[in-house]
Design a protein around this ligand. Structure first.
Ligand SMILES: *[C@@H]1O[C@H](CO)[C@@H](O)[C@H](O)[C@H]1NC(C)=O
Ligand SMILES: *[C@@H]1O[C@H](CO)[C@@H](O)[C@H](O)[C@H]1NC(C)=O
Ligand SMILES: *[C@@H]1O[C@H](CO)[C@@H](O)[C@H](O)[C@H]1NC(C)=O
Length: 202
């Protein structure tokens, strides 16, 4: 879980943080829903699909209609092989955080997808990450809100590396997404992604 105490802000000369352009390969590492199954049950698993690919597979059940009363926010943490300082896309936050405990802890990055209600969240994902969701069967359309009860199918999806910025550091990245109603968090899940140099050039 996120540990805010271990996240300290650090000003960073961004130019000193850039690593040379390399082909990066991103793979799903883990998916976990902590709670909120009564609203949305994300029955997803990361599995080894073949020798080279990890895929995300399963079903997302919307168990009750979800409307604007649910606010969605997300945060990103990274754990890297070194005391890496990570350069983020400008569509993400430009704040940089760095763990004083080095590689023992996830570093915390403040909100990267804007906080908004679920309708705004879906719209944002459609606009910014269309390639990431194109093959999810039965996903709500861009202006479809409230989201009605349904099952959505995620079928052996490999991570869409194309949505990543160029200069992310290698290592493990974790995104935690929460949904809140009237400031009470009711849904939380996380997805982690591993970034490696791609020596085989995909
Ligand atoms: C693994 O699956 C991916 C996606 O279907 C495919 O492109 C790749 O060639 C496969 N690799 C091996 C070693 O079978
Ligand atoms: C993949 O997910 C589907 C549901 O979308 C499920 O029916 C299937 O059993 C899953 N496959 C594996 C290998 O877990
Ligand atoms: C959220 O707060 C509003 C205003 O206080 C209230 O009307 C509403 O019933 C609350 N919703 C839930 C789900 O508790």
């Amino acid at each position: 879980m996120l540990n805010w105490q271990h996240c300290i802000a650090l000003l960073c000369m961004v130019s000193a943080c850039l690593k040379p352009a390399l082909t990066i390969k991103a793979s799903f590492e883990r998916f976990e829903q902590y709670f909120g199954h009564e609203y949305i049950d994300l029955d997803l698993r990361v599995r080894k699909y073949n020798r080279t690919e990890m895929t995300l597979n399963g079903t997302i059940y919307v168990n009750q209609a979800i409307d604007e009363t649910i606010l969605v926010s997300s945060s990103i943490c990274a754990r890297t092989n070194m005391m890496a300082i990570i350069f983020l896309l400008n569509q993400f936050s430009t704040d940089v955080f760095h763990s004083r405990l080095g590689n023992q802890q996830f570093q915390h990055y403040p909100l990267h997808l804007p906080t908004g209600d679920i309708c705004e969240f879906i719209k944002h994902v459609h606009e910014e990450y269309a390639l990431a969701i194109v093959d999810i069967v039965n996903i709500p359309q861009i202006s479809e809100c409230p989201v009605t009860m349904r099952a959505m199918y995620v079928q052996d999806k490999t991570f869409p590396t194309v949505i990543l910025p160029d200069s992310l550091a290698n290592g493990l990245w974790k995104m935690v997404i929460t949904g809140a109603i009237n400031e009470t968090i009711v849904i939380r899940y996380m997805i982690s992604i591993r970034l490696n140099d791609d020596f085989f050039g995909i």
